[in-house]
Design a protein around this ligand. Structure first.
Ligand code: ADP
Ligand code: MG
Length: 502
């Protein structure tokens, strides 16, 4: 074998792209590894065509600068992206030098390019993880300290309210302080769960059951404008998870899907099992080996651009108008899934739609039968429920969940109105749900009056504070039913049914 064909054999076999460009930037020759990278079945497909058509638009001008420099006798290198003929994006690291054959006058650009996609993705993922870690440390630090401060504010404002006579001009101000600190406490809760600082209530659950329930709740809440298609893995996906947190995460993703489809559309939800092995991990740059349950949620909504996609999981990132979005929905999803040792990712194109994929480790153990059976949301049987809550947003959410699940609902926006409504319809009202801090009369005062009027009436309290803070402050005795805000629909329905049936 002579030296030349020997070298040709090497060029045909090296796993890097070797190509020859004409000074105008069109392709003259390319080895098989290069053809595979650009997804061309043969050299004829692309020979003579401008190479920069394959270069991703944002790198074209840098690539053309490289071509000019090397055509002028210099050398250059560049890391850039291409879009292969079949649409795959790759990162290439190219080094280019001037070249001419010993027996010819023509000048060429000889370029050698390595596929660096895996490395770039790994680095990007590491940087992303580091960024999220920093934000998470910062927010949970702030949230934690802030919670302590809020506890003091709430404590003193409560004492003030109790000491101030009914007709004191300062009383409404104390109530405002309480209402505002209740909102702040809601935000703080969100931040704490982004920082994965919430306690997990782990149980063996079939992930399919959680998906089924969340979908049911979503369908009832969204009232038919969105077509939901459910495609569940036939096998059970047994995971050790906090059912409430996973359900809430799915509902957050679904709420965003609904917002992205203001005039309707489809939401497809599917589950499957997946073995994560080394190849997946090295291609994507994340994950730990093992079996996972994958929940994929795809909407046909407006989608998002690259910049939005990179920021969706950050707390307070929102593209919605003030009052519509808090930017905490996906931050909470990220935190919850992470504390389950799972991960979540997003694919999206503007105008086409969005897919969120949630990966949760499967535990492989056998399911406890109890949790599978207990997974349906208990419904109402036409009972009338009176809700007293001055926070309109929270009250409406609770009301709409209850109405869709078979209850009749009366709403009051302060303690006085709650009492008035109760007096008017005392025969019908089966249960009263009272926010603890309300203007005019607080939850406890309303409750005392209602019990005086009708001793057997069932009462449930709610608040943005955790039950123990409220019990510490003696606003609630130990055996009174309590639901913490923000209320998850499942907890709400379960608790209401339980209280009605005892
Ligand atoms: P919020 O819903 O309060 O804005 P999120 O954390 O839930 O906060 O979402 C952050 C942002 O991510 C949204 O404002 C929106 O721009 C974007 N987003 C999330 N889900 C979708 C989706 N399915 N389609 C389009 N954009 C989405
Ligand atoms: Mg949201």
């Amino acid at each position: 074998m002579n030296g030349e064909s020997h070298r040709a054999g090497i060029i045909d076999s090296v796993p890097v792209c070797i190509m020859l460009l004409v000074p105008d930037g069109s392709l003259r020759d390319m080895n098989p590894a290069g053809l595979a990278m650009v997804e061309a079945d043969s050299l004829e497909r692309i020979r003579g065509k401008p190479y920069h058509h394959i270069v991703a638009p944002e790198f074209r001008s840098s690539f053309q600068a490289l071509v000019r420099k090397v055509a002028g006798g210099g050398t250059d290198s560049l890391e850039y992206q291409i879009t292969g003929l079949k649409g795959t994006r790759r990162w290439l690291d190219v080094h280019a030098v001037p070249f001419h054959y010993a027996n010819g006058p023509d000048r060429y650009i000889l370029a050698v390019a390595r596929d660096t996609t895996e490395r770039v993705q790994r680095e990007g993922k590491t940087r992303y993880d580091q960024k999220m870690e920093i934000i998470s440390t910062l927010t949970s630090g702030i949230a934690h300290d802030f919670n302590n401060i809020l506890t003091a504010i709430i404590g003193y404002a409560t004492v003030m309210k109790m000491k101030l006579p009914e007709d004191d001009l300062l009383r409404p101000m104390a109530l405002q302080i309480l209402a505002a600190s209740e909102r702040a406490s809601g935000l703080t809760k969100g931040l704490l769960s982004f920082g994965s600082k919430q306690i997990l209530n782990l149980e063996q659950v079939d992930l399919n059951d959680i998906v089924r329930n969340a979908t049911g709740i979503f369908e009832k809440e969204s009232g038919g404008a969105i077509t939901v298609s459910l495609n569940l893995a036939p096998a059970r996906l047994a995971g050790m998870v906090d059912e409430g947190q996973i359900e809430q995460s799915l509902l957050n993703i679904m709420a965003n899907a609904r917002d992205a489809m203001p005039s309707g559309g489809t939401l497809s939800i599917s589950t499957e099992t997946m073995e994560l092995e080394d190849t997946f991990i090295s291609i994507h740059g994340y994950g730990v080996k093992g079996s996972y349950g994958v929940i994929a949620l795809t909407d046909s909504g407006r989608g998002m651009d690259e910049r939005t996609r990179r920021k969706v999981f950050e707390p307070f990132f929102t593209t919605k108008e003030p009052g519509k979005g808090t930017g905490l929905g996906l931050a909470i999803v990220y935190g919850s899934i992470k504390s389950h040792r799972g991960f979540v990712n997003v694919y999206s194109e503007p105008g086409t739609g969005t897919t969120f994929r949630v990966y949760l480790p499967l535990s492989g153990d056998r399911l406890k039968h109890a949790s599978a059976a207990a997974s349906l949301c208990p419904e109402g049987r036409g009972e009338t429920i009176l809700i007293g809550d001055n926070e309109g947003g929270a009250r409406k959410v609770v009301a709409s969940v209850l109405e869709r699940f078979g209850y009749r609902v009366l709403q009051a926006s302060d303690g006085g109105e709650a009492l008035r409504l109760f007096q008017e319809q005392a025969d019908q009202v089966r249960l009263v749900m009272l926010d603890i801090f309300m203007p005019v009369l607080n939850g406890k005062e309303v409750c005392d009056e209602i019990i005086r009027l009708r001793p057997g009436t069932r009462v449930v309290f709610t608040s943005g504070y955790t039950a123990d803070i409220i019990r510490q402050k003696h606003l609630l005795s130990d055996n009174v039913p309590f639901i913490a805000k923000p209320v998850s629909p499942r907890d709400l329905l379960t608790k209401i049914r339980e209280v009605l049936d005892t």
